[in-house]
Design a protein around this ligand. Structure first.
Ligand SMILES: [Cu+2]
Length: 216
């Protein structure tokens, strides 16, 4: 899952079909982009997989036509992608309620500390009205897209980039209605800690950031 998302990002593929991804992977592995990607462990992993296949199959001995080779390669890549996408289907969804009153007091996200894996989704549920969920400026990992839900509406976000994501409810931010999502390694923890917060959000986020495991 992480691999395919990383590859997809790496190849700037966006949300394409299985065959398109597979074709792009094949072209990527055999084409001009390879040199640029040698530093990428993930790409090399794919290349290694292909190399071992070639060895096992006696690929080089058979001197297949280029077209045949490509078809075969795409089939393998498709299988490879299919396996990874199966993983994607198993990504977890973490539900967060937006509440006027919860276990921790009034105007809260519940839970307000969410540990997720890259590729997981988080759904903010408007159990009570007049709340929204929006990323706090400078409190998302490098390269991650900020999100902003509509007032009183449910929003599901997919979190692909590792790091911490600070989330606020816009009208109740000063009242401490914030949440922290940790996706994989907390790559931007220090940066997130340095962000200036408003009102009660400062204390709540301090407590949440302190919950991020040391050495993560
Ligand atoms: Cu709110």
């Amino acid at each position: 899952m992480i691999e395919i998302l990383a590859l997809r990002d790496h190849l700037s593929l966006g949300r394409r079909s299985l065959t398109e991804i597979a074709t792009a992977l094949w072209q990527h592995r055999s084409g001009t982009e390879f040199v640029k990607c040698q530093s990428s462990l993930r790409c090399i992993k794919v290349l290694d997989a292909r190399a071992s296949y070639r060895k096992a199959d006696g690929w080089s001995r058979h001197a297949r036509t280029k077209e045949k080779t490509m078809k075969r390669s795409i089939a393998i890549a498709t299988a490879f992608v299919a396996i990874l996408l199966t993983g994607a289907a198993q990504a977890a969804d973490h539900q967060v309620q937006m509440l006027n009153k919860g276990e921790k007091g009034t105007m809260v996200f519940q839970p307000d500390f969410i540990v997720a894996a890259p590729g997981d989704t988080v759904t903010f549920v408007p159990t009570d009205k007049s709340h929204d969920a929006e990323t706090i400026k400078d409190m998302i990992p490098d390269g991650a897209a900020p999100f902003k839900g509509k007032m009183s509406e449910q929003i599901t976000v997919t979190l692909d980039k590792e790091g911490v994501y600070g989330v606020k409810c816009t009208p109740h931010y000063g009242m401490g209605m914030v949440a922290l999502i940790v996706v994989g390694k907390a790559t931007n923890l220090e940066q997130a800690k340095a962000v200036k917060q408003t009102g009660k959000a400062k204390k709540v986020l301090e407590d949440l950031l302190a919950q991020v495991p040391a050495g993560n």
